[in-house]
Ligand binder design. Structure first.
Ligand code: HMG
Ligand code: NAI
Length: 437
């Protein structure tokens, strides 16, 4: 295979041509495949092309909805974008279950965003501390052009403090800045402020009378927001009397509740379980983060760091039974935007936010965390009762039938047969082959 120069300068058609010639022997069927995913509306396709770089085609993900979510006594239908079967069904199942038991409660505990200027300073810590105090006002003055509108919205810079990391890395200090970015995730706002702080730091150090020549040569390494936001936190919970857990699958609510609590306790102390337990939560979280045009990589990184905040990776959710009341809850760090990024650009993101009745970023935090808790409840309920495969494979059946290009007649027979049988891949294959004899 050959290297290529100037690929980014090629048109989309030329990029496709190069890919097909270089990797697919000029096979026109591949060209047809790639172009078959183009939107017929050229202006819309151009918009999508320009979301990222080197776009050659579109990649479809299913866009589903989960109805019947009651959150703080308000009813929502939640948009979910995900490739995995049974996730939307599970969320819908949990929403329906809890809609009859008081629904979900959600509270935003804090909305603090974080950014750091990482720098090296070789010299007196006491002089550095005094220096940072002396130039504090300049950090604010020199970012006024960036912060003025955010301040009008009630947001802006909250604090800027010096953090000494020299015990871990020679000469390493941070400016640790906190922000409130209101309805934006705030990445660009924070990064712009941080780069301005760095300019002030360098310029003022160079002329600070109390510094030696070495101290004046303070070296900024980088300025970047942090995706670890332990103080941008939302709490979500459900609770009901244990006997009210009774349902078609829960014949003995006390036994179910005790086993459920045990399953969560295991996820609290056993990392092998905690990672999968939290993955289940993120099935719900990521699906809504994607649908609303937010950055799932940033969310995932921050949430899993939070899961390890006490020194060991642990369950994000918790459960208990107190005085006959079943309580299941979770705190989740979520830096989200309902403005900026793709939120105002992508037509389906605008649809998703309108479906949610144009939530603020705080309300979106509540909705997304509830989707995670609902997912977790459905998964643990299945794991501790029927086992995950019964439900998961029931939903996965369509994918297996599609793999075999099953006819409509075959689909009806297969679905009827497996209504009373456990779905396994081999059992489905065997049954389809028996139909085709
Ligand atoms: C799959 C179900 C919901 C079936 O559950 P069921 O009891 O067979 O469902 P049902 O047919 O009785 O329907 C009850 C409700 O479930 C929902 N539902 C039911 N079927 C559908 C469907 N086809 N399409 C949409 N929604 C569906 C829907 O809300 C429906 O109400 P209705 O709409 O009829 O008024 C249940 O078994 C379940 O929740 N299982 C958990 C599945 C799960 O967690 N999937 C996630 C992927 S597995 C994973 O990655 C996570 C995991 C497990 O590893 C996490 C962990 O380890 O903790
Ligand atoms: N490490 C990371 O997480 C990084 C993420 N990003 C990406 O940047 C994307 C864009 O994030 P943003 O900077 O938030 O978007 P943005 O910069 O596109 O939009 C935010 C801007 O919207 C304006 N705005 C209008 N109404 C507002 C309101 N009510 N509240 C707050 N701001 C309002 C403000 O000017 C604000 O700065 C993220 O989705 C992420 O994918 C970019 C860099 C790093």
């Amino acid at each position: 295979m050959s290297l290529v120069n100037g690929f980014s300068k090629l048109s989309k058609a030329e990029k496709v041509h190069w890919i097909v010639e270089t990797y697919f022997n000029g096979n026109s069927e591949i060209t047809n495949l790639l172009t078959s995913y183009y939107n017929s509306d050229q202006a819309l396709q151009k918009l999508h092309d320009e979301f990222i770089e080197n776009t050659i085609t579109n990649f479809y993900l299913p866009f589903g909805v989960a109805p019947n979510f009651i959150i703080n006594d308000k009813v929502y239908t939640i948009p979910m974008v995900i490739e995995e079967s049974s996730v939307v069904a599970a969320a819908s199942n949990a929403a329906k279950f809890w809609s009859k038991r008081g629904g979900f409660k959600a509270t935003v505990l804090s909305t603090e965003k974080i950014g750091n200027v990482h720098f090296l300073f070789s010299g007196s810590k006491q002089k550095l501390e005094q220096f940072i105090k002396d130039i504090q006002s300049k950090f604010y003055e020199n970012t006024k052009h960036i912060t003025k509108n955010m301040e009008k919205r009630g947001g802006g810079i909250l604090a800027i403090e010096l953090v000494d990391k020299t015990s871990e890395l020679k000469d390493y200090y941070q400016l640790h800045a906190t922000f409130d970015t209101k309805d934006s995730m705030g990445a660009n706002f924070i990064n712009s402020c941080l780069e301005e702080f760095a300019n002030v730091l360098r310029a003022e150090a160079a002329v600070y009378a109390n510094f030696t020549e070495t101290e004046k040569n303070l070296q900024v390494i980088m300025s970047i927001l942090s995706n670890y936001v332990p103080n941008c936190l939302v709490r979500v919970e459900v609770s009901c009397a244990v006997e009210d857990l009774k349902s078609k699958e829960i014949k003995d609510p006390q036994y179910f509740a005790e086993k459920f609590v045990q399953a969560v306790r295991i996820a609290e102390i056993e990392t092998y379980r905690a990672v999968t337990h939290n993955k289940g939560i993120m099935n719900g979280v990521d699906a809504v983060v994607l649908a609303t045009g937010n950055d799932f990589r940033a969310i995932e990184a921050g949430v899993h760091a939070f899961a390890a905040k006490d020194g060991k990776y642990s369950s994000l959710s918790h459960a208990e039974i107190n005085d006959g009341i079943f309580h299941f809850w979770m705190d989740l760090p979520l830096a989200l935007g309902t403005v900026g990024g793709l939120t105002t650009l992508h037509p389906m993101v605008k649809f998703a936010l309108e479906l949610l009745e144009k939530p603020s970023a705080n309300e979106l935090m509540e909705i997304i965390a509830v989707a995670g808790l609902a997912q977790n409840f459905a998964a643990v309920k299945s794991l501790t009762t029927t086992g995950i495969q019964q439900g998961h494979m029931k939903m996965h059946l369509m994918n297996i039938l599609n793999q075999f290009n099953a006819t409509d007649e075959e689909r009806v027979k297969v679905v009827n047969y497996f209504d009373t049988q456990t779905v396994t891949h081999s059992a489905v294959v065997e049954f389809i082959e028996s139909l085709r004899k």
